[in-house]
Design a protein around this ligand. Structure first.
Ligand code: ATP
Ligand code: MG
Length: 454
C-alpha cells in the first residue's frame, strides 16, 4: 500500500518534505492525494501538513530557491512552487478549528502541535490519512480500512462535524457519487440531522458540489438513497419520488426514471443537469385519463420554466442556465430523422449543432429509462444525430450566416434598415430549410422581392 504512495509521490513533493525536515520541522502529505492513491484513482493536487508556521515555511522554501505565494495564509496555508515546471503544492500548518457559528467558517483557526490533532479536524476518515516516505501511514481513524471497505465515515461525532461545517454534508454525498462508496449509517444520520444548516452555505458552493455529484458514476444510488439531503438543495425532487406514472411506457416512478436518465448519460455537466431536471415539471402536470392512464401534458414546458428558476436560484452561469432550459424544453420533441427536420430543430436550438447533439444524447438516455419494450425511441434519436453529422458534412444551410444572401442584399432591394431586414432573411432561411427554395442568390432575391411586395 505504501509502495504505491512512494511511487506516486512526485520528487518535488518529497523535496519540500526534506527541506522542511532539514530545517527541524515535521511534514506529511495529507488528504485527497493519499486517498486517491490508495483508491488507485488519478491524483490531482498535493497537500502537505507541517508544524511550521507559514512564515517559517516561506523562509525555509525561499532558502531552497522555491517560490511561494501567500494565498491562504489567513488559514495557515502557503502555496509553494517547488520548481518552475512543477505544480503548486499547498503547505498548511497543523491546525484545528474553533467554534463555527455560521456553519461554514470557523471563528478562529488554532494551530496545533501534532499531525494526529490536525487529522482530527478533517471531514472523513478516508481524507484523514497522512503519509510520509520514511514513516509510512499515519491513520488514526482507520481511513485505509474504510477505503478498502468503501465507506464514507465522519471523523469523530458525525452530527457535531456536520453542524460545524454543513458543506461536509454535500461533500459526503458527492464522494458517494464519485467513488461508489456507502455512507456509514451513523454518518448519514448525522448529516440528515444537520441538513437545515445547508441553508447557511453559499449557493455557489452548493452548486459546485451538486455538479460534481451529478457527474459521478454512481449518481443513481445517491439520488435515490439520500432524499433528505438532495431534497433540501432541490425541494422540487420531493414530489417526483414515488410518483407512479400510471403508464405502460414506464416501469419506474418519476424520480427513479430520472435517476436512471442521469446515470445513463455521459458525465457532461450540461447534459447531466438537463437530465436531472428534464421531468421536474411532471408532478405539477400529472393527470389521470378515464382509462386510468397517467398523462403529463406540457410537462416539458413546465420543466423548462422550473429549470430556469432552479438555475437562477443556484446562481449558475447565465449561458449554462439558458442551455439547460432549452434542452429540457425540447427533450420530448421527437421528429423523423431527416435533413429537413434536423435543420428545423437546429433552428429552434439557435443554430447550435453541439446543443442538438447533447439533446439527442439526452433523448437516448430518456428513452432507455422507459419500460424495455418502449425503448425504440432511442434509435430515432441516434439516427437524428447521424443525420446531424450528414447535414454538417454537407454544409447545408441552417443559420442566417449560411444563407447565400445578406442583409445588405435585402436592403439593396429597397427594404429600409431595421427589423424588417431580419424578418425577411428569416423567411428566406425557413424556405431554404423547408426545401422550397435552393440556397442560391438569385432564387433568394426573387423570394425576398415577392415577400416584400406581399
Ligand atoms: P477533491 O480535491 O477531490 O475535491 P479533497 O478531499 O482533496 O477532494 P480538498 O477540498 O482538496 O478535497 O481538501 C483537501 C483536504 O482537506 C481533504 O482531503 C480533507 O482532509 C480536508 N477538507 C476539505 N474540506 C473540508 C471540510 N469542509 N471539512 C473538513 N476537512 C476538509
Ligand atoms: Mg484536493
Amino acid at each position: 500500500m505504501t509502495d504505491r504512495l512512494l511511487t506516486a509521490l512526485p520528487a518535488h513533493a518529497v523535496r519540500i518534505l526534506d527541506v522542511l525536515e532539514s530545517a527541524g520541522f515535521e511534514a506529511w502529505v495529507v488528504g485527497g492525494f493519499v486517498r486517491d492513491v490508495l483508491l488507485d484513482r488519478p491524483v490531482h493536487d498535493i497537500d502537505i501538513a507541517t508544524n511550521a508556521l507559514w512564515q517559517q515555511v516561506k523562509k525555509t522554501c525561499k532558502q531552497a530557491n522555491m517560490h511561494t505565494f501567500e494565498t491562504g495564509v489567513a488559514h495557515g496555508t502557503l502555496s509553494v512552487l517547488p520548481a518552475p515546471d512543477a505544480d503548486i503544492i499547498e503547505v498548511t500548518t497543523y491546525r484545528t478549528e474553533g467554534a463555527y457559528s455560521d456553519a461554514r467558517h470557523p471563528d478562529a483557526v488554532c494551530f496545533v502541535n501534532t499531525i494526529e490533532e490536525d487529522l482530527a479536524r478533517r471531514d472523513f476518515t478516508m481524507n484523514a490519512i497522512a503519509f510520509h516516505p520514511a514513516h509510512g501511514l499515519c491513520d488514526p481513524y482507520g481511513g485505509a480500512a474504510d477505503i478498502q471497505a468503501g465507506i464514507i465515515r465522519a471523523v469523530g461525532e458525525p452530527q457535531e462535524r456536520f453542524g460545524e461545517d454543513a458543506l461536509r454534508i454535500l461533500r459526503a454525498v458527492r464522494f458517494a457519487s464519485e467513488l461508489g462508496f456507502a455512507l456509514d449509517p451513523q454518518t448519514l444520520e448525522g448529516a440528515n440531522a444537520q441538513v437545515e444548516r445547508l441553508k447557511q452555505i453559499a449557493v455557489e458552493r452548493i452548486a459546485t458540489e451538486m455538479s460534481r455529484l451529478l457527474c459521478g458514476p454512481h449518481v443513481h444510488s445517491v439520488l435515490m438513497d439520500c432524499p433528505v439531503i438532495l431534497d433540501t438543495v432541490l425541494p422540487e425532487l420531493t414530489p417526483m419520488r414515488g410518483l407512479d406514472q400510471k403508464s405502460p411506457y414506464h416501469i419506474y416512478d418519476v424520480m427513479e426514471h430520472t435517476a436512471y436518465v442521469v446515470e445513463n448519460t455521459e458525465p457532461d455537466l450540461l447534459l447531466r443537469w438537463a437530465a436531472l431536471l428534464h421531468d421536474v415539471g411532471k408532478p405539477a402536470t400529472f393527470s389521470v385519463g378515464t382509462n386510468g392512464q397517467g398523462h403529463f401534458y406540457s410537462h416539458a414546458m413546465v420543466s423548462a420554466d422550473m429549470t430556469a428558476q432552479i438555475m437562477k436560484r443556484l446562481k449558475m452561469p447565465a449561458q449554462f442556465s439558458h442551455d439547460a432550459e432549452l434542452l429540457v424544453r425540447f427533450h420530448d420533441t421527437h421528429r423523423p430523422a431527416n435533413h429537413k427536420m434536423v435543420k428545423r430543430m437546429l433552428r429552434q436550438l439557435e443554430g447550435r449543432p453541439e446543443l442538438l447533439r447533447t439533446l439527442c444524447r439526452l433523448q437516448v438516455a430518456d428513452a432507455n429509462a422507459h419500460a424495455p419494450e418502449f425503448t425504440q425511441r432511442a434509435d430515432l434519436s441516434r439516427d437524428f444525430e447521424v443525420c446531424l453529422d450528414e447535414v454538417l458534412a454537407a454544409h447545408e444551410a441552417f443559420t442566417l450566416a449560411d444563407l447565400a444572401i445578406t442583409g445588405s442584399d435585402v436592403m439593396a432591394l429597397g427594404v429600409e434598415a431595421g427589423p424588417q431586414v431580419g424578418t425577411l432573411l428569416n423567411v428566406a432561411l425557413d424556405a431554404v430549410i423547408n426545401e422550397e427554395v435552393p440556397n442560391e442568390r438569385a432564387a433568394l432575391l426573387e423570394l425576398i422581392r415577392t415577400q416584400d411586395r406581399a
